[in-house]
Design a protein around this ligand. Structure first.
Ligand SMILES: [Fe+2]
Ligand SMILES: [Fe+2]
Length: 216
């Protein structure tokens, strides 16, 4: 499904620029170029939020609800929507730290770390849990493709700007960040979401699973 392939490719870009942003945020305040900080912010606001998250919400999630009959007010989709809102708040905190400029050394490092780690967890959850389930469930309901919109010139420019920053602030390895696949890695698991199987599987999927387990 083209939309899902595109969303995955966008994750790769967002993930890399997020890594570059941590490199930027870790550099000494007096060495930080304010224009680059603004370009990072533009990238996250326009490309990650306005383009990427919005298409997930207004195209993919809407199709899961209306055409695949999946709940969006609880379970994995509700978790992803809540993440988008929470991350927008974390990005506002980043913007405040950036505006405070040179005096906000530890402030920026802290707010950038909180934002980037949330973003990475979110990308892992979508890539490993949500997205693999979307295409087969939509296809079963006769949906083979989901037309979506192109980037606006502003979003495109923000994306190019972000990519340019990756070369200047190479992302460092982050061995202390726990990342991985599956519900078990998701902070919402067992808190606001019971995991994909309990939230999404229907009766015949459970029957099939039990048959397989019992060798039947
Ligand atoms: Fe998302
Ligand atoms: Fe995403």
């Amino acid at each position: 499904m083209i939309l899902i392939d595109e969303l995955r490719a966008e994750h790769d870009v967002i993930e890399e620029v997020a890594g570059a942003f941590l490199t930027y945020a870790a550099s000494p305040a007096q060495a930080r170029d304010g224009a680059d900080g603004a370009a990072f912010l533009r990238f996250f606001r326009l490309y990650a939020n306005h383009f990427h998250h919005a298409r997930e919400e207004d195209t993919l999630f809407v199709a899961l609800r209306d055409r695949a009959g999946l709940p969006v007010d609880r379970g994995p989709v509700a978790t992803m929507i809540a993440d988008h809102a929470r991350m927008a708040g974390l990005l506002d905190a980043v913007a405040t730290s950036l505006e405070a400029g040179g005096d906000a050394g530890p402030g920026l490092h802290e707010s950038a770390t909180a934002y980037v780690h949330a973003l990475w967890h979110h990308i892992d959850a979508e890539n490993s849990v949500l997205f693999p389930e979307c295409a087969p469930r939509l296809r079963r309901n006769g949906v083979s493709d989901l037309p979506s919109r192109a980037m606006t010139p502003d979003e495109h420019e923000a994306m190019i700007g972000g990519r340019g920053l990756v070369a200047r602030y190479p992302p460092a390895a982050q061995p202390d960040v726990m990342r991985g696949d599956g519900c078990i890695m998701c902070p919402a698991f067992g808190v606001t979401c019971r995991g994909l199987e309990l939230e999404w599987w229907n009766e015949w999927e459970w029957d099939e699973f039990e048959d397989r387990m019992s060798g039947g």
